[in-house]
Write a protein that binds this ligand. Structure first.
Ligand SMILES: Cc1cc2nc3c(=O)[nH]c(=O)nc-3n(C[C@H](O)[C@H](O)[C@H](O)COP(=O)(O)OP(=O)(O)OC[C@H]3O[C@@H](n4cnc5c(N)ncnc54)[C@H](O)[C@@H]3O)c2cc1C
Ligand SMILES: NC(=O)c1ccc[n+]([C@@H]2O[C@H](COP(=O)([O-])OP(=O)(O)OC[C@H]3O[C@@H](n4cnc5c(N)ncnc54)[C@H](O)[C@@H]3O)[C@@H](O)[C@H]2O)c1
Length: 455
């Protein structure tokens, strides 16, 4: 690997997730002497064990579901026979190069950055240790070390061969049955995808509902959709004990019931560890679960953080957005500070759950005059034609006359969301949105109805 012989750089990036890779490559292209460090694969979780391979799984699972919809709509297709090997091969060949990051490393070094594979730790201001070697950063250090699957303290779990997102994405074969601990984005997306390949799936959600961060109505639609795919959804009950007898998992739940399955997927949230990368040496509390950043993504003088570790939203688009902010700040370029009021997120289940900004409950906590409007998708012409279950919900700050949040649950919900993300980000007056022409018959036309129902 190319390393600078004198171990002195302008900027050192520890952890090369999507944002870190972007910071390192761009600053190198802009003439900075940059060292990028990663102890696994350049690009991080997203391309190898996250967004991209999981969306390949979902694309394939959606194709199966769509084929099954031919019956009663367009004729008969007979038995649809799923074959997971097509997905496993595509993930290996097209997404991950069999978990080899040579292309990404070459791309980074091709931009002029140096790269070291190893574990970086901040030794003090401007100093980074990588497995015994100290490197110096004249301008600063950028931390993008991301998260790992959080393993909940359930009795017996640690001693079992459970899966996290890594193992399920690397799986060449699927189990006959799967219990998923956690009904967040990962549990719902992957649970539904493999259920469509014939796996008997049970999602166990300790909180009161799946997708708890989103509108309750979104959880309701998704629960029904999962159940229609044969997924059993257990909400409001956590696991208390896990055992494995060599072939079968037994998961005991808090209500005394138990579940047996061939495999167990832990999708119970993510865990960042700022102290593990030495951020405690530059002022972050040792037991802090995130690295708090200001609106320039600064953690301390000469130290920036981007991505999941900042706690601003564990999404690739947040990591990349923050990377842009850091690049400008390091170079002293003009540009807006980081703002998160219009944070979009999409859970790629079928139907998709897209949301931006505040939910109704969050808005009511923060604002005194909140109005909401909801359009069931079945009341839009296109939703009715498509027999789509879902909704469009808008949340307005009635004092300012702008939307502060919105949710779209439905086919291509993440795409329909785009228009609402623009509205929330741009603080487009509701009156102006009402005066817009909405193409017929689109799903996004439901936005007009929802605005009309703001009450
Ligand atoms: C199954 C799954 C599906 C997802 N789907 C989506 C999606 O559809 N859309 C979306 O926006 N987000 C999705 N995410 C989230 C997304 O993957 C992350 O938000 C994204 O990867 C950004 O993370 P990050 O930039 O913080 O760094 P990460 O991607 O977590 O990368 C951090 C890198 O730092 C390395 N590292 C850690 N510590 C050190 C150290 N001390 N020294 C050197 N290297 C170190 C790690 O090995 C890793 O390579 C998904 C996540 C999962 C798990
Ligand atoms: N489409 C996307 O953008 C996408 C997809 C996947 C992941 N992600 C990102 O990754 C993050 C992590 O995903 P996640 O689904 O692991 O986390 P999550 O925090 O979204 O959901 C985890 C769920 O597990 C539950 N839980 C915790 N301990 C449990 C236990 N012992 N038993 C049963 N349930 C338990 C929690 O109540 C929570 O609802 C997401 O929040 C998101 O930011 C994004």
């Amino acid at each position: 690997m190319a390393t600078d012989p004198d171990h002195t750089f302008d900027v050192i990036v520890i952890g090369l997730g999507p944002g870190g890779e972007h910071v390192a490559g761009t600053l190198a292209e802009r003439g900075q002497r940059v060292l990028g460090i990663d102890n696994r694969l350049v690009g991080g979780e997203c391309p190898y064990w996250g967004c991209i391979p999981s969306k390949m799984m979902i694309r394939a699972a959606d194709a199966l579901a769509e084929a099954r919809r031919v019956d009663g709509l367009a004729g008969t297709v007979g038995e649809v026979t799923p074959d997971w090997s097509a997905v496993a091969t595509r993930i290996r060949d097209e997404a991950t190069d069999d978990w080899d990051d040579r292309v990404a490393v070459d791309r980074l070094t091709g931009k002029g950055a140096s790269f070291v594979r190893g574990t970086g730790t901040i030794a003090g201001p401007g100093r980074v240790d990588v497995d015994g070697t100290t490197y110096t950063a004249a301008r600063g250090i950028v931390v993008n070390t991301g998260t790992k699957a959080a393993i909940p303290p359930v009795e017996g779990l640690a001693g079992t061969p459970y899966w996290t997102n890594h193992e399920i994405i690397e799986a060449k074969e699927l189990p006959g049955s799967l219990v998923v601990l956690g009904g967040g984005a990962i549990g719902c997306e992957l649970g539904q995808a493999v259920a469509r390949f014939g796996v008997e799936v049970t999602i166990v959600e300790a909180g009161e509902r799946i997708l708890a961060h989103e509108e309750p109505a979104a959880s309701d639609v998704l629960r029904k959709a999962l159940e229609a795919d044969g997924v059993t959804v257990r909400e409001g009950v956590g696991a208390t004990r896990v055992t494995h007898d060599g072939s079968t998992f037994t998961v005991t739940l808090a209500d005394g019931s138990s579940l047996s399955s061939d495999q167990l997927l832990v999708a119970a949230g993510r865990h960042a560890d700022p102290a593990a990368v030495g951020l405690d040496r530059v002022g972050v509390a040792k037991d802090s679960r995130t690295a708090a950043v200001d609106d320039r993504c600064r953690v301390a003088d000469g130290v920036w953080a981007v991505g999941d570790i900042t706690g601003k939203g564990a999404f690739t688009h947040v990591s990349m957005y923050q990377a842009g902010v850091v690049i400008r700040d390091v170079l002293g370029d003009d540009g807006p500070p980081a703002e998160y009021a219009a944070l979009p997120r999409v859970t790629f289940t079928d139907p998709e759950v897209g949301a931006v900004g505040l939910t109704e409950a969050q808005a009511r906590d923060q604002l005194s005059n909140v109005k909401v409007g909801v359009t069931p998708l079945g009341e839009t012409t296109r939703g009715w034609i498509a027999r789509a279950d879902g909704l469009i919900k808008v949340v307005a700050d009635a004092d300012r006359g702008v939307l502060v949040g919105a949710t779209v649950v439905g086919p291509a919900g993440g795409e329909v969301l785009g228009a609402l993300a623009v509205a929330v980000h741009g603080q487009v007056p509701v009156d102006r949105m009402r005066a817009m022409i909405y193409a017929y018959p689109t799903l996004h036309r439901g936005i007009e109805d929802a605005l009309g129902r703001l009450a």
